[in-house]
Design a protein around this ligand. Structure first.
Ligand SMILES: [Zn+2]
Length: 104
């Protein structure tokens, strides 16, 4: 049986040790508004999007819509990972859920 290692520090995570599964889910948002294009007066925003999409490969297009990753971490790396995320939040950010929501 292969050993599980912390995806951040590489430490062996022995059976029964406290470990965390950290899921990262990123989704593009759409607020229902398609802005007017300013750079190409004769090109609609939809036409510009189609032109931009044609220049991307499938993986790039998928990553523009969603990204999912799952990491296994030891307790110290889970804390460091979360602290890193929260330390980069704008002071006026007000997430709907989670630790930062409780702080504001
Ligand atoms: Zn670790």
């Amino acid at each position: 049986m292969s050993k599980t290692r912390c995806h951040r520090c590489g430490r062996d995570l022995n059976a029964g040790a406290l470990t965390y599964e950290v899921e990262v889910k990123v989704r593009s948002m759409f607020d229902g508004v398609i802005p007017e294009s300013e750079s190409h007066a004769d090109e609609t925003e939809i036409e510009r999007l189609i032109r931009d999409m044609a220049a991307c490969n499938e993986e790039e297009l998928n990553r523009q819509v969603y990204e999912d990753d799952v990491f296994i971490m030891c307790p110290e790396c889970k804390e460091a990972f979360m602290e890193s995320i929260y330390s980069h939040l704008h002071p006026q950010a007000a997430p709907d859920h989670g630790r930062a929501h409780l702080i504001h």
